[in-house]
Ligand binder design. Sequence first.
Ligand SMILES: *Cc1c(COP(=O)(O)O)cnc(C)c1O
Length: 418
Amino acid sequence: MPGEKLSYPGRNYLFAPGPTHIPNQVLTAMNVPQEDHRAPDFPQLVKPLLEDLKKIFRTKKGQCFIFPATGTAGWEIALANTLSPGDKILTSRFGQFSHLWFDLVTRIGLDVEVIEVPWGEGVPVMEIKKRLRADKERKIKAVVACHNETATGVTSDIAALGKAMKKDLKHPALLMVDGVSSVASIDFRMDEWGVDVAVSSSQKGFMLPAGMALLAFSPKALAKHKSSKCAKCFLDIKDHLSTNEGGYFPYTPSVPMLRGLRASLDLLLSEGLDNVHARHFRLAEGVRKAVKVWGLKTCAASPKWNSDTVTAIMAPPSVNAAEVIHIAYHRYNISLGAGLTQVAGKVFRIGHLGDNNDVRMMAALGGVEMAMRDAGIRIKPGSGTGAACEYYRKTAKAIPAFKAPAAPKTKAKRRANK
Ligand SMILES: *Cc1c(COP(=O)(O)O)cnc(C)c1O
């Protein structure tokens, strides 16, 4: 029971791939009395947020939006603001999140063509290219892709997809990318890759509570907005476009969340995005080293699909992966990600995105090792943690050389010095 956790000493570690740990700087920044969102100086908070978000999405040409909603609403914002009922969408499905996005596309009245891909693989760029090439009449209005499939720990090559669509085929379809568990954690380049709408949300790489959908629209997507006929009101970017310009929102924003976003962007930008990405790679690589010496497999079907924000680990067939999660939570006070639908009971997931470092990952791996042994998975104690520990040590950043402090002077020496 979540309430019982209050009586646990220490903290509950969140090693689910979202929500993630909220850094102290963000928590403190959010702890503010309610502010007037129509105050004359409010734009001084809002305008730099919208500008700095562009740096995280890596777009200069695009425009960012902040909605008081979650990533799921972000999908709907992307589609409803650029398309019209009956428009044809091409997508692919290889995990719970790519499935949910497909589901949303159908439910808002678009005509969807889906490419089924085995769970553990990612966006099938060659197949999409083939179908776009066959689309002589340019009926496909958008290609929808999930950059990081959080359910299976799979990252797809959006650069290759963008190149295939825009450079090779010059197909006019919009490229819409779910970056909910990738943006602000792993490499994402909106302009360079040719992404038209990028969707993210607050509770993953941005290290905030849930409740904010963060999006970026390319100029092409903004132009499509003018003719899009999908029904929308709360999710219409039109009202944001007109109010954001002055540094306001069309309805009441959550100001503590905006304060938190300021702190989060400051953390990300002061560390430097490249460093943030490199840190996520290292932390993920340590987890992968552990999985390897445990003798277990990841859900990601080959290393090229490995995600640096989440690792989905396959339990041996004799063990229900949900039991590992159950024990980890109740006995060791750590939260792991569950296996969803197709992989329920088969995988458990370690989230390694957001506010993490080497020692936190050692806590995750230590807890997982204990919980796996308790659940009857015969791994050698200390094997995975040992491998990760050595990897983290060997790849740790350089520090100033150690100098032994001078020995304190004894009374006798001090007297002799006189
Ligand atoms: C978490 C997640 C979502 C859903 O976001 P919500 O904020 O829960 O609506 C969508 N896509 C991916 C890839 C995710 O990881």
